[in-house]
Design a protein around this ligand. Structure first.
Ligand code: NAD
Length: 289
């Protein structure tokens, strides 16, 4: 399949490489010359203009920083440039309203469109083990599934247009709040004189267990190897967690949902990022409790 790929950063670079490995012809564009050079090395054909990457494409994948950029790239570089009928897949994490608007504009232009944000970080993007949560019509999901399967371990249909983004931000709101709660539990356990490995052994088999504890423990030397064991480098950056929490708060406001724990998580991550920790893994927030 001929695939146009726009946005070859930390995530998109590995994803495009996996599409090449799966036998697709990938035509790549990014504003960054470094990102383009890496894509070329991975076997992509690179282009100086986004429009050239999507001409004659059967499918277009975008992996961009935010909703405003996704709207601009679709309006300026994809719609009207890719052939009518092409399958358009936006894997960026963006606000639900932008995802629905872009889906509407794509449909009006005669395109098939799905929003397909991912769970899993840079390592999963490189390894081809992302989880995709997909919003769009059943037929369009069926068309997108094999393309996404070349980049991931799970591809799940979440519902109609925008449902992928909705699932992503609800999941990450839960993750942000549960990480802070996990950090607090370890801090209290320590103050109460518990050995932290012992507390992990007990809580990871008790009703308090959650992914933030058992798979991503914020305490160095406890549980599986995580960014905590690497000085909180790599992993999922605090800035990205804050971005997702802000998207969740925006969506909650628009939907009239009451999310006090999400609001608190957003405020705590905002303060942590502003204190100069935006580049650290989000589990580093344990230093504040
Ligand atoms: P990134 O900043 O590394 O990559 C974004 C790329 O988009 C950059 O290479 C940039 O040059 C390019 N770009 C920006 N504007 C462009 C334009 N107008 N035309 C073409 N290219 C343009 O970001 P990332 O970490 O790869 O994240 C991409 C998306 O994936 C974001 O929406 C992010 O929230 C989401 N995400 C990231 C992670 C993660 O761990 N990094 C995990 C899950 C989801």
């Amino acid at each position: 399949m001929r695939i146009g790929f726009i946005g070859l950063g930390n995530m998109g670079g590995g994803m495009a490489a996996n599409l090449v490995k799966a036998g697709h012809q990938v035509h790549a564009f990014d504003l960054s010359p470094d990102a383009l050079a890496r894509a070329q090395k991975a076997g992509c054909t690179t282009h100086a203009q986004a429009g050239d990457a999507v001409v004659d494409a059967d499918a277009v994948v975008t992996m961009l920083p935010n909703g405003a950029i996704v709207r601009a790239v679709y309006a300026g570089d994809v719609l009207g440039k890719a052939p009518a009928g092409a399958l358009l897949i936006d894997c960026s994490t963006i606000d639900v309203a932008s995802a629905r608007d872009v889906a509407g504009e794509a449909a009006a232009g005669g395109y098939r469109f799905v929003d397909a944000p991912v769970s899993g970080g840079i390592a999963a993007a490189n390894a081809g083990t992302l989880t995709f949560m997909v919003g769009g019509a059943q037929d369009d999901f069926a068309s997108a599934e094999p393309v996404l399967a070349a980049m991931g371990k799970a591809v799940i249909h979440a519902g109609a247009a925008g449902a992928g983004q909705a699932a992503k931000i609800c999941n990450n709101m839960l993750l942000g709040a549960s990480m802070i709660a996990t950090c607090e539990a370890f801090a209290l356990a320590q103050k109460l004189g518990l050995d932290l490995q012992t507390f992990f052994d007990i809580s990871s088999k008790s009703s308090g267990q959650c992914w933030s504890m058992t798979s991503y423990c914020p305490v160095p030397g406890v549980g599986p190897v995580t960014p905590a064991d690497n000085g909180y480098q790599g992993g999922f950056a605090t800035a990205l967690m804050l971005k997702d929490l802000r998207l969740a708060m925006q969506a909650a406001g628009e939907a009239g949902a009451t999310v006090p724990m999400g609001e608190r998580a957003e405020a705590l991550y905002a303060a942590f990022a502003e204190a100069g920790n935006a580049g650290l893994d989000f589990s580093a927030i344990i230093s504040t409790v």
